[in-house]
Design a protein around this ligand. Structure first.
Ligand SMILES: [Fe+2]
Ligand SMILES: [Fe+2]
Length: 274
């Protein structure tokens, strides 16, 4: 795995411009920091699923270290903008509420190693698009720079999981339909507990956790960051992970449908908040 090319010391913290920070975006970034930082727990799970693949295990450890660094960079940024934000306390609160889903024994919760890798590709597609969207949406120069670097890392992670997937696909004999099924399932899960929990842990104060409320509060602030090109690019990456051509008519249809779904969701979230 190509090594991480940046550290927290490469970020020009002295250029921070808190007056340019949108508070809704700050809340979203705090949640993202917690999810990123939690990647080392996921690496432990991946280590069990790929117990017979030392090369993958070594790669997954480096991958997790990069994700943890994403969490640290975003957490530090958020704490400098909002000194009342205590990253360590928020991490503890998040870990106290959220449990990663676990399979039985060493099995993948996606049914196979191929399924696991499709799910990883979907997550990296999502994060790569999300940080690209944030980098373009924010006027705050330090966050823009951090998100540009993170988005580049996420795209590299996507390509890496895609490369590791190929031999497993041959072994597991998983066709495009199954890959798409797992992939869409993973996208739907994004609306599930993890981000909602992280959003609550970072922003909820002393209030009790309410999954739907936290999930909607997160999505209302996050979904409106996306522009059409982010969603279209994400669909192309997903199609490739499913073994379908991003240039096909099906892909064209999927791009239009995905953008319609995002716009629709943003509209509904705005109306329910009004
Ligand atoms: Fe990340
Ligand atoms: Fe990543």
């Amino acid at each position: 795995m190509a090594r991480n090319h940046w550290t927290l010391d490469d970020i020009p913290w002295d250029r921070l411009a808190p007056a340019e920070v949108d508070h809704d975006l700050l809340a979203v970034i705090k949640a993202a920091a917690l999810v990123e930082y939690n990647a080392d727990s996921y690496a432990t799970y991946l280590g069990k699923v790929f117990a017979e693949d030392p090369s993958f295990q070594a790669m997954a450890r480096e991958w997790a270290a990069e994700e943890v660094q994403h969490g640290l960079a975003l957490g530090r940024w958020a704490a400098r903008v909002d000194p009342s934000f205590n990253f360590e306390v928020a991490v503890d609160r998040f870990r106290g509420t959220y449990r990663l889903p676990e399979g039985s024994g060493n099995a993948s919760i996606r049914g196979s190693c191929s399924g696991e890798l499709v799910a990883r590709c979907m997550v990296e597609t999502g994060t790569s698009s999300f940080y690209s969207a944030v980098a373009e949406a924010t006027r705050e120069p330090v966050l823009r720079l951090i998100c540009q670097r993170i988005a580049a890392d996420e795209y590299r992670h996507y390509k890496l999981f895609l490369t590791y997937m190929k031999p497993y696909l041959l072994r597991d004999r998983v066709g495009w339909f199954q890959r798409a099924w797992v992939g869409i399932g993973r996208v739907l899960e994004t609306q599930d507990d993890e981000l909602a929990c992280a959003y609550h842990a970072a922003n909820g104060g002393g209030e009790p956790y309410h999954r739907l409320r936290a999930s909607q509060a997160y999505e209302r602030r996050a979904f409106r960051l996306y522009r059409r090109h982010h969603i279209e690019r994400a669909v192309g990456m997903a199609m490739k992970a499913w073994g379908l051509s991003p240039q096909s008519r099906l892909a064209g249809l999927a791009r239009r449908a995905a953008w319609w779904l995002v716009e629709n969701r943003v509209g509904r979230l705005e109306r329910s908040a009004a």
